[in-house]
Write a protein that binds this ligand. Structure first.
Ligand SMILES: O=C(O)c1cc(=O)[nH]c(=O)n1[C@@H]1O[C@H](COP(=O)(O)O)[C@@H](O)[C@H]1O
Length: 293
């Protein structure tokens, strides 16, 4: 299997930097699919995968929205992951894990190792508990050609509460990224980029530029574009000029492409499909234009 970094880079190169979030928010699954039930969530998620095909190369399902439906929700997630794999999409699982090493091994078995019940290409990790909690994920990523996505500077308003606090003269998020340097090296692909991805919110373009200086080769996952208010230029602030294009990761959007105008009111599947595929295509075109051709 090729390295995760190469698969992600190739997908973004082919389709553009958009990563489509799969976030079945409470109460927002149209009645067309059966509403906000495990079956409705599954049908909606499968339709989202169909809508992404040929328009973007990467998806990011948010585990919480499936977990809230118990085991039936997790069954829906599994089926959506299988469909995404069959469609050749790169899957970033947004579950924000992070625990002592021995427990982290459990998350590795759930998401990253061969035969994992929730197969994905990479998993989001909260680094708060320390490097030893990230290590099992990185070791598994090396072994199975997967990626590890570490929260660095998140997109939410409270990201400054802890992440921007000074630690020995620099913000904590910078110290975290400095400490990750050896792991960034270990997950480098043939493309030269690393599958030790960093989350840097589109809402903090200055911080993204700083992170790019500290980790020139780490691929970025950039949430906050769309529903959280950031535009394409802000989302690409931490990307690097390569030839005539900005490259260096993916920009995720969930609500803006999951529930665009016209999709909730659609009374046919075709009507829903048109609203959603247009929103995905428009977001992709916006990002591609901002990245340069
Ligand atoms: O790890 C993430 O994906 C993430 C990190 C972050 O800093 N901010 C953030 O919004 N996210 C996720 O990205 C998605 C953003 O959704 P929208 O605001 O609807 O585009 C949600 O699934 C969040 O959980």
């Amino acid at each position: 299997m090729s390295a995760f970094a190469d698969r992600l880079f190739e997908a973004a190169d082919r389709f553009g930097p958009l990563c489509v979030g799969i976030d079945p928010h409470e109460g927002r699954i149209p009645a067309l699919f059966g509403g906000d039930t495990p079956e409705g969530v599954e049908r909606w998620g499968l339709a989202m995968v169909e809508a992404v095909k040929g328009r973007a190369g990467v998806i990011k399902p948010q585990s919480a929205f499936f977990e809230r439906h118990g085991w039936q929700g997790m069954r829906a997630l599994t089926r959506i992951l299988e469909a995404a794999r069959e469609a050749g999409l790169v899957v970033l699982m947004d579950a924000k894990r992070g625990d002592i090493g021995s427990t982290a091994q459990g998350y590795v078995s759930a998401f990253l190792e061969a035969g994992a019940p929730f197969p994905c290409d990479a998993l989001t990790i909260n680094p708060y508990m320390g490097l030893d909690t990230i290590e099992p994920h990185v070791a598994a990523a090396e072994q199975y050609g997967k990626g590890v996505i570490v929260l660095a500077r998140t997109s939410n308003p409270g990201s400054a509460d802890f992440q921007s606090k000074s630690l020995e003269g620099a913000p904590l998020f910078e110290r975290v990224v400095e400490a990750l340097a050896p792991m960034v090296e270990r997950l480098k692909g043939d493309c030269g980029w690393s599958g030790l991805m960093l989350v840097t919110g589109a809402t903090g373009p200055e911080e993204a530029r700083r992170l790019r200086e500290l980790a020139p080769d780490a691929l970025f996952l950039v949430p906050g574009y769309g529903a959280q208010g950031a535009g394409a230029a802000e989302a690409l602030a931490g990307f690097r000029q390569q030839g005539n294009r900005l490259v260096g990761g993916v920009v995720s959007a969930s609500r803006s492409v999951n529930f665009p105008a016209g999709s909730a009111e659609a009374d046919t599947l075709d009507g829903w499909r048109i609203a959603v595929t247009e929103a995905i295509a428009a977001a992709q075109a916006d990002l591609v234009a901002a990245a340069g051709t």
